[in-house]
Design a protein around this ligand. Structure first.
Ligand code: RB5
Length: 146
């Protein structure tokens, strides 16, 4: 699995923590920054990750800002992206099972690194259930194409 990850300045610390986790798990990833703590605009950092996932260059994306909200709003503007803003383990599992989310957003100012690691581990491990959920994903895709 190839993973793309980025943050804004509000998510730098948690991004570094999650990168450490991806390395521990031996997963392939690309870090899209930022490379310092300067204030940046989260849509600029959401785009390379979401476009990389939408194009198929990456299987999954992880986006982190202060709340996760700005990143998730920006990500879901990109066709083919189903970004889930997640701050609990139940939702991490459910959004993979039911929504086939391909991008995960989290807020560094909302949760601590331990919970964030559990969320990432759960979200990466869980498969999409398909079945009736497939039909619902198809309806989302139809809305995108309308
Ligand atoms: C940056 O101050 C903050 O607005 C950003 O990280 C994020 O929380 C936006 O949704």
């Amino acid at each position: 699995m190839k993973i793309a990850i980025s943050s804004d300045h509000g998510g730098n610390n948690l991004r570094k923590e999650i990168i450490q986790q991806l390395e521990e798990l031996g997963l392939s990833y690309k870090d899209f920054g930022p490379t310092n703590n300067d204030s940046v605009d989260y849509p600029d950092y959401a785009m390379p990750v979401t476009e990389g996932v939408a194009s198929g260059d990456f299987d999954r994306g992880i986006l982190i800002c202060g709340t996760g909200i700005g990143m998730s709003i920006a990500a879901n503007k990109v066709k083919g992206i189903r970004c889930a803003l997640v701050h609990d383990v139940f939702s991490a599992k459910a959004t993979r099972c039911h929504n086939d989310s391909n991008v995960l957003a989290m807020g560094e100012r909302v949760i601590g690194p331990g919970l964030a690691r559990e969320i990432v581990a759960t979200w990466l491990a869980q498969d999409f259930e398909g079945g009736r959920h497939e039909r619902r994903i198809e309806k989302i895709t139809a809305l995108e194409n309308a």
